[in-house]
Design a protein around this ligand. Structure first.
Ligand code: ADE
Ligand code: ZN
Length: 327
């Protein structure tokens, strides 16, 4: 088969996607109207034109504005269901979704509304689309550890509806050590641990995520190539890196996809995976990330495709028996 058909057709897990980042401009306008929320854009086209980012922060400002249209439980369900339909078309059989409760609770939306809507969509994804789905609660690192601790307390009544926690938002200036106590509490609750690190921030943040937070996966992690000792450790421990090529391109982490280091990470023996991060904002769902990256990096061939698909299941938090069936 042609390589693009292999990439499209192979079963895969998606381990790094923010559900609020799957909110398409059309759905933003639909929800704004339904909820009577005003947004500072005249049309879908006007909003899409604003998606020209220079770095992570320039994206986050628009991403948080887009999420302001989410008010009701049904809004969270509709957003997640739209993602699952796209994921099914991309042969995603396992999806671990990040969500940012603080973005919503700060606007007066309850934790119950957020988690109940998202969890109901996950249950339907399983039943109607055959996608195994799970939720990972992310703490916003630009906010305080105290705010994170209060968020954890508010979420614990729903402990059985999410499998883990992560750390996202503005990276530089908000190192992992800011959240050491919070993540210790999360580990006590038996939650799985991931963290964004080494997206724009230095390798020291990857070390911190591993050693201070207990991260089992690193989200992005592409800056790790600048630290040989870190690369050796990531390879030896097979710490999964959830890489998001189109995100890195749109946020100017790499000037072009041809300069992306995905091939270097794989060739160094790391458990790298391909993911969409915020597909509505970065120009493509997971298959588009595979297709464009393989097209830009001629060194990548079918062997790498197979490795990436296998890594995605290996790096997932599926139970071991289900994982072995996929691998
Ligand atoms: N929130 C949504 N997307 C993100 C990213 N790429 N980095 C940090 N926080 C995020
Ligand atoms: Zn992310």
């Amino acid at each position: 088969a042609r390589l693009p058909d292999v990439l499209r057709g192979m079963p895969k897990a998606e381990l790094h996607m923010h559900i609020e980042g799957s909110l398409e401009p059309e759905l933003i306008f639909q929800l704004a109207q339904r909820n009577g929320v005003s947004i500072p854009y005249a049309s879908v086209e006007d909003l899409r034109r604003a998606y020209a980012f220079t770095d992570l922060q320039s994206f986050l400002d628009i991403y948080y504005a887009g999420a302001s249209v989410l008010l009701q439980e049904q809004d969270f369900y509709d957003m997640a269901w739209a993602y699952f339909e796209r994921a099914a078309a991309d042969q995603v059989s396992r999806a671990e979704l990040f969500f940012d409760p603080q973005t919503h609770t700060a606007r007066g939306v309850s934790m119950d509304t957020v988690i109940t809507g998202l969890h109901r969509a996950c249950a339907d994804a399983e039943q109607k689309l055959g996608i195994s789905a799970a939720l990972i609660l992310c703490f916003l690192r630009h906010l305080s550890e105290e705010d994170g601790l209060a968020t954890l307390e508010a979420a614990l009544p729903y402990r059985d509806q999410f499998i883990g926690v992560g750390l996202d938002s503005s990276e530089v200036g908000h190192p992992p050590e800011k959240f050491t106590r919070l993540f210790a509490r999360c580990r006590e609750q038996g939650l799985r641990i991931v963290a964004h690190a080494g997206e724009e921030g230095p390798p020291a943040y990857v070390w911190g995520a591993l050693d201070l937070l207990g991260a089992e996966r690193i989200d992005h992690g592409v800056q790790s190539v600048h630290d040989a000792a870190l690369m050796t450790r990531l390879a030896k421990e097979r710490v999964p890196l959830t890489v998001c090529p189109l995100s890195n391109l749109k946020l100017c982490v790499f000037p072009t996809l041809a300069q992306h280091n995905l091939g270097a990470l794989l060739d160094a023996g790391l458990c790298a995976t391909v993911n969409s991060d915020d597909p509505a904002y970065f120009g493509g769902y997971v298959n588009e990330n595979y297709l464009q990256t393989f097209a830009a990096l001629p060194a990548l061939h079918a062997g790498h495709a197979y490795t990436l698909a296998r890594n995605s299941f290996e790096g997932s938090f599926m139970d071991e028996a289900a994982k072995q069936r996929e691998i």
